[in-house]
Every structure is written in structure tokens, then in C-alpha cells.
Design a protein around this ligand. Structure first.
Ligand code: MG
Length: 243
């Protein structure tokens, strides 16, 4: 039987794509790398795993020394007053996955209920808060860029249930001491878009607006101890720039 004619896998007689060294449908353009996706939120094959549920080996206290949070049953839990923790690993542009849960036993209200935070590069807080039937200021809602932008919607699950942050982060760029480009955040909260390429105003503070301050192109992931026994699991990232 005669071979079927093969479909073309590219062209070399097409115009160049503006701004690119490749032609439209160029057969010489490198193939995208193959990545095996994870099942049900587990890390894809090229992820850097920061917490797999067994150990805080990748973490340390922001105050110095070992991370003071506890690990049990596949999650880490804030030990109130032990302080924020941070990764030893530092990174910039990334896709970051974090899961968290607030205590099922609801205590406190507003910013006092189920508060923690995911600090990108150690400086820029994505708020973690039990926002299920818990009014608070909008820019302090769960998934808010704290003090800057509320999430587009409140997609918070009930306390005790696992919540998922999927973050696409573009680090700010600096020219010496000057800001060249702000940080940008795109984010899904429990699969729902809550920020769409949102430019940040500056680093996080409380009751203040703080100007940009130049810092290295990479920084740690930091998690906040806000005196509530918040839980985290399944933390991983994929670097989006080679630096
Ligand atoms: Mg917080």
C-alpha cells in the first residue's frame, strides 16, 4: 500500500514574523519543551517543589534560624508568634501554586480571622484570609494585592476547606535605583480569575502607600504568621525566566 502523503511540519517560504527571526510556521523554530502535567494539582514535571507535605527543609525563619511552623498530615501549620517563614530558594518571574486552609473552628472577624499572606519576593503580599462570610476592607480580602487591589471577585471556600492560589508573577524591573517596569500579577483563586495582568503600585505596607525601592531580580517566597493557625500544602513554582 502506498504511503499516505505527509502533512507539512513547517514552511521555509513564508514571510518573517515582525520582530522575530522566524518565519510564519517556521519548521526550524524550536519545539516547546514537553512538560508532564500534574494530576489534581500535583506539581508538573518541571516544577520546583518548595513544600511536599513532609518537611520544612526548604524553609527558614525570617528572623533567622529554623522555620518554627509545624508539619503534620501533609500540611504545614502556622505556630502563632513563631514568625514569618521564607524559602531559601530565591526566584523572580514565575508561576506559583499554593494551597491553604483556614481553621474550621472559626474565631475572630475581619482581619483577625484566618489571616496569613503569600509574599512574592518577600515584599509583595497576596492576602490570605478566611473571607467566607467575613466582611473586611476590600483591599484586604483573600487574594487581594494587600492595600492596593481587591480581587475581581470573592471566590473563597468555607473555612476548613482547601483553597488554591495559582499565580503568574512578573517581577518589577529596575534601572539602578529607578523603577523601569512595575510588577504584574495574574491570578486564579480556586480556578476563578481574580487579577488580570494587574500592575502593582509598590511594596506592601499597612495603612500607608510605600514607593518602589530597587531590589535584586530574585527573592524568596515568604509566608506570614498573623497569629492564626493557618495551613499550607502543595507549594511549587516554575521559573519563567532563566537568570
Ligand atoms: Mg495577611
Amino acid at each position: 500500500m502506498a504511503d499516505q502523503p505527509k502533512a507539512p511540519v513547517g514552511y521555509n517560504d513564508t514571510p518573517f514574523i515582525p520582530g522575530s527571526k522566524y518565519r510564519v510556521h517556521d519548521s526550524d523554530r524550536p519545539q516547546p519543551a514537553i512538560v508532564t502535567p500534574g494530576e489534581h494539582g500535583s506539581p508538573p514535571s518541571d516544577a520546583v517543589v518548595l513544600f511536599d507535605g513532609t518537611s520544612l527543609a526548604a524553609w527558614q525563619s525570617v528572623k533567622g534560624g529554623a522555620a518554627g511552623w509545624k508539619v503534620e498530615n501533609g500540611y504545614m501549620e502556622v505556630v502563632p508568634k513563631s514568625g514569618d517563614i521564607r524559602t531559601e530558594q530565591e526566584f523572580g518571574d514565575c508561576q506559583l501554586h499554593v494551597e491553604w486552609a483556614a481553621p474550621a473552628d472559626v474565631k475572630g472577624d475581619s482581619q483577625g480571622r484566618g489571616n496569613s499572606g503569600v509574599f512574592m519576593m518577600g515584599r509583595y503580599e497576596i492576602q490570605v484570609l478566611d473571607c467566607y462570610d467575613n466582611p473586611t476592607y476590600a483591599d484586604g480580602t483573600a487574594a487581594a494585592i494587600y492595600g492596593e487591589f481587591p480581587p475581581l471577585v470573592n471566590a473563597c471556600r468555607k473555612p476548613g476547606e482547601w483553597q488554591v492560589y495559582d499565580i503568574i508573577w512578573t517581577a518589577p524591573r529596575f534601572n539602578g535605583a529607578q523603577l523601569a517596569a512595575p510588577a504584574y500579577l495574574t491570578m486564579l483563586f480556586n480556578g476563578v480569575l481574580v487579577h488580570n495582568h494587574q500592575a502593582l503600585i509598590g511594596p506592601t505596607s499597612h495603612r500607608r502607600v510605600v514607593p518602589w525601592e530597587a531590589h535584586p531580580p530574585v527573592g524568596p517566597l515568604r509566608l506570614q504568621d498573623h497569629n492564626n493557625p493557618m495551613r499550607f500544602r502543595n507549594i511549587w513554582y516554575r521559573a519563567l525566566t532563566a537568570e
